[in-house]
Every structure is written in structure tokens, then in C-alpha cells.
Design a protein. Structure first.
Length: 278
């Protein structure tokens, strides 16, 4: 019995030490009104065709990460877009905070960043294309987009005003005809990707679904070993919105582009778009 207790103690000790070493702290650091040294971020949230989008919640945090388990978060600013899609938020950064964000840290394993968060949970998912529409490859479960390394559009310094616009497209249903050479392996997985301008202008969101200012919306499709078949998917109402087919070979782990790319007409009605395999 004593040996068993000692064994359990030895097994539990690393877990206890890990919990003791971990730390997550959050603290409000808002200001009631801007002063001459405050930083201001403002902009407008709109669809690509210029329609304003109200009720988007925007948050800005200053984050310090030490190692893997220690994080300090200072909530600096928050705002909600109004009926015209406009928002404005203001905050202060100390000289030490600005230096930490503009120079390399001398502390090994410690990083400093601004994080911007877009909360789109109040938007109608029948009207707008939202992160939860990404249902394949790297699916998302929240109607939020995180920018853990947000960079202001300009030099970071006190007293500056920055303009940062937000783009969220409306949603449309389109029919897509997928043409193959008749050699489909039905054990493979397939997804249609809709690449669209999305979220905060010129910023890179967390995860692997995004590029600078763009987001990849993947939706699964089930293909049979036929030469042609039609599927219906949701995609963005946006100029230069593009679709392509991705394939995950059975037993492998990475999707690869598997078709030509086709541009989606705005508010496609009738007819079909055609994706042809390489």
C-alpha cells in the first residue's frame, strides 16, 4: 500500500508543479476619455459593396506571454459598431509598453503583443458569411476572429489616430458543378474553398485559415466516382470571391488544391459554376 501511495505521488508531482508554474491573469486598463497622449483606432465595418454593419464588438488587449503557461492580459479598449458601421476606441500605452511592442524582447521566452478580437455573434448567420461557416479542413466553432499579433497601420506612438476598417461579406448560395476524369477515390475527403477579403483590413488572423486581409472558408463535399456532379454551397457576395476544390487523400493529413480556380459572380442566379480538376 505504501509503495502504491508513493507511486501515485510521483505521478501526480509533475502535474502539480505544472499547475503551480502556470498563471493567467487579466486586468482592466480602460480609460474614460482620451487625452493628448492617447492612441485612437477608428473605422467602419461594412460589406464589400459598402453597406454598414452594426453590432460588431471589437476588443483590444495588451498581452504578455512568458513561456507556455504564463499569460498576462490587460484589457485596453472596446467598442461596438453603430447603425452606420462606425466605431472608435481609445487607450493609453506606457513608454515601457510601447518599447516592448516596437523592439525585440531581451527576455528569452517572453513575447509582447496587441490582440484585436472581432465578436460577430450578434450578426445574422443567414445574412452574413461568418467564421462558423468554415466547416472543413480547419473548422471554427465561434463567431469570433482573433488577431493575436495586431499591428497598427502606421508607426506606434502616443497621440496617433489610426484608421482600421472591417469587411464582412453577405452570404449567397451557389450551385457548383465539379467535373472529374472519373477516377475519384471515394475514400478521399474533399472541400470547396471560398477565398474572400474578410475581417480587419490588412491583418492576419490566428490559425491557418487566413492570409493578410483574407479568410479561407472551407466546406466539405462528398464526391462519387462520376465524371460530373453538382453541389450547393454558401459563399461570399463579393467581387473577386474565388472558389477551388481541395482534396485530402485517404490516410494522409494535408489538403491540397485539386481544381482550377473560378471567380464567383455577385448574387449568382441560375446556372452553375464549374470546377475542373487539374
Amino acid at each position: 500500500m505504501l509503495m502504491k501511495k508513493r507511486l501515485l505521488y510521483l505521478l501526480a508531482l509533475p502535474v502539480v508543479m505544472l499547475l503551480l508554474a502556470s498563471c493567467h491573469c487579466e486586468e482592466d486598463d480602460f480609460i474614460d476619455r482620451p487625452d493628448p497622449k492617447s492612441l485612437i483606432i477608428k473605422g467602419v465595418a461594412k460589406t464589400p459593396d459598402g453597406q454598414p454593419i452594426p453590432n460588431i464588438e471589437i476588443k483590444l488587449d495588451y498581452m504578455i506571454m512568458s513561456g507556455i503557461f504564463s499569460t498576462k492580459v490587460y484589457h485596453k479598449a472596446k467598442a461596438t459598431t453603430d447603425k452606420d458601421g462606425d466605431y472608435i476606441m481609445f487607450f493609453n500605452l506606457s513608454n515601457k509598453e510601447i518599447k516592448s511592442l516596437t523592439t525585440d524582447s531581451a527576455e528569452v521566452g517572453t513575447s509582447y503583443s496587441l490582440q484585436m478580437t472581432l465578436d460577430l455573434s450578434k450578426l445574422d448567420d443567414k445574412v452574413y458569411l461568418l467564421p462558423t461557416d468554415i466547416t472543413a479542413v480547419h473548422p471554427l466553432s465561434e463567431k469570433k476572429i482573433f488577431y493575436s499579433y495586431y499591428i497598427v497601420p502606421g508607426r506606434l506612438q502616443k497621440g496617433q489616430v489610426y484608421e482600421q476598417n472591417i469587411f464582412i461579406p453577405r452570404k449567397q448560395l451557389v450551385k457548383v458543378r465539379i467535373e472529374t476524369n472519373g477516377t475519384i477515390n471515394e475514400k478521399d475527403s474533399f472541400a470547396i474553398c471560398n477565398k474572400v477579403r474578410y475581417g480587419i483590413e490588412s491583418q492576419i488572423s490566428d490559425g491557418v485559415n487566413g492570409e493578410r486581409g483574407y479568410l479561407m472558408f472551407y466546406q466539405p463535399v462528398k464526391l462519387k466516382n462520376t465524371h460530373s456532379q453538382t453541389v450547393e454551397i454558401s459563399c461570399a457576395v463579393e467581387q473577386n470571391s474565388k472558389l477551388s476544390l481541395y482534396r485530402l487523400p485517404y490516410g494522409e493529413f494535408n489538403y491540397e488544391e485539386y481544381s482550377s480556380e473560378v471567380e464567383v459572380p455577385v448574387m449568382q442566379t441560375g446556372g452553375e459554376l464549374i470546377l475542373r480538376m487539374h
